[in-house]
Ligand binder design. Structure first.
Ligand SMILES: NC(=O)c1ccc[n+]([C@@H]2O[C@H](COP(=O)([O-])OP(=O)(O)OC[C@H]3O[C@@H](n4cnc5c(N)ncnc54)[C@H](O)[C@@H]3O)[C@@H](O)[C@H]2O)c1
Length: 425
């Protein structure tokens, strides 16, 4: 498959890293049986033949398998990074060299480079955009209206991107269908919760090698990601404090056995802080001021705005790198605050992102959402669309099958019972 590829245009850090990237891509594939089946079917049926496509994703070993599925499907696909710090440079190199996929992504790229890559991708004149955080979609809508007629639709990976798409819809500027991949059960139940839960702690540990047992871990936001971080933090022996703004989520956290309080109170108690709210300035100057000496702060929400790092910089008399992806801010009050991954997604900045086994389902949704858009081209009004329930259930069935787990099926009597209203007390 990889012997005769034509090398496309690219902007990656070091093309000679390709062999290492290929090895890691193949390793990830072992845990991605659902996407593999889709790759194989797409290679036969070519559902995206003739489609120009942008995939704006974290460039990881798992995304490589999505890109391969898209290429197998016949798409003319280009891959760019959805975050300046999340690219795995060896994977980017291998996709170019071994799989012939154009990639524009470098770990540590500055904001100008990030936006230049978004524009290179849009110059590709896409029919479909796979987005993660809606940066490409927002740029298209704001700056490239002349390209809107080419668009069949977009698919969105993450909660923050869905919030932005909903805001575009409310403002009347969403003129095409957008598939809400994030809200598929086989996405957020597993990716946001178990994926973010495990990989966020992995990022904290790889960056610092800190012992979490006995530490107080403050988790800001008790949505799907926050639940995962809190659950896994407790599993490692952390004492968890949750902060929330939603009263129902706060009750859920209390009944799950966690302490809940405002950040104003939690600030002086935490040893490690993790923000996963999708909101801005969840940790602010008054919180930094109150923190213990050596408190660690990091973010696993989509954008690097959850921790007010600009203000922290102004409060600091010295900032220095103390380890990879770990900076110490020495404050004028004599205490230090440690920031991991520059406030960007710590699981992707300091670790490798979600484990392949969960991305298997997330990217199966992405691949099938693209196929759905093409199959239904011209039939869908502008708006946000759920992944069809039958697609979601099929992904779950394939995953269970690959895990070797069987489940019950309804008997005829049960089918009749659940469909009737006459049988009662
Ligand atoms: N790190 C990753 O790999 C990864 C994976 C999936 C999602 N995400 C991102 O993580 C973020 C959270 O995603 P989610 O699926 O958990 O969303 P969610 O909507 O399920 O949960 C967010 C929670 O944060 C709470 N919140 C909002 N503002 C707050 C504040 N000021 N203080 C405390 N709590 C607040 C909300 O009430 C909500 O319960 C999003 O930005 C999403 O895009 C990251």
């Amino acid at each position: 498959m990889t012997a005769t590829v034509t090398q496309p245009k690219y902007d990656v850090k070091d093309i000679s890293l390709a062999p290492q990237g290929k090895q890691r891509i193949e390793w990830a594939g072992r845990e991605m049986p659902v996407l593999r089946q889709i790759q194989e079917r797409f290679a036969q049926t070519k559902p995206l033949a003739g489609i120009r496509l942008i995939a704006c994703c974290h460039v990881t070993t798992e995304t490589a398998h999505l890109a391969i599925a898209l290429k197998n499907a016949g798409a003319d696909a280009i891959l760019i990074a959805s975050n300046p710090l999340s690219t795995q440079d060896d994977v980017a190199a291998s996709l170019v060299v071994d799989y012939g996929i154009p990639v524009y992504a470098l770990k540590g790229e500055d904001n100008d480079t990030y936006h230049r890559h978004v524009n290179i991708a849009l110059d590709h004149k896409p029919n479909i955009i796979i987005d993660d955080g809606s940066d490409v979609t927002a740029t298209l809508v704001q700056e490239r209206q002349d390209q809107l007629p080419d668009i069949i639709g977009t698919t969105e990976e993450t909660t923050t991107g869905i919030v932005r798409l909903q805001a575009m819809l409310n403002d009347g500027v969403l003129s095409f269908p957008a598939m809400n991949v994030n809200d598929a059960d086989t996405k957020h139940f597993f990716d946001n919760r178990y994926g973010t839960g495990q990989s966020t702690l992995d990022g904290i540990i790889r960056a610092t090698n800190v012992l979490l047992a006995g530490k107080t871990i403050v988790v800001a936001g008790y949505g799907w990601c926050g639940k995962g971080v809190a659950m896994r933090g407790r599993g490692l022996g952390g004492n968890i404090i949750v902060t929330e703004i939603d009263p129902t989520k706060a009750i859920e956290a209390v009944m799950d056995g966690f302490r809940v309080m405002p950040m104003d109170e939690a600030a002086s108690q935490g040893d490690v802080f993790v923000t996963v709210t999708g909101n801005k300035h969840v940790i602010r100057p008054e919180h930094f001021e109150a923190m213990k000496d050596g408190a660690m702060v990091c973010n696993s929400g989509h954008f690097d705005i959850e921790i007010d790092l600009k203000s922290l910089g102004e409060m600091a008399e010295e900032v220095k790198d103390v380890r990879n992806f770990t900076q110490q801010y020495k404050l004028k009050n004599g205490k230090s605050v440690i920031v991991l991954g520059e406030g960007r997604l710590v699981n992707l900045a300091a670790a490798e992102g979600h484990p392949s086994a969960v991305m298997d389902m997330s990217f199966a949704n992405q691949a099938l959402a693209c196929e759905y858009l093409v199959t239904n081209k011209g039939k869908l009004e502008p708006g946000l669309y759920s992944i069809p329930v039958e697609v979601d259930k099929e992904i779950a069935r394939l995953k269970l099958h690959a895990m070797g787990i069987k489940i019950d099926t309804l008997t005829d009597a049960q089918v009749e019972y659940v469909n009737s209203w006459t049988a009662g007390t």
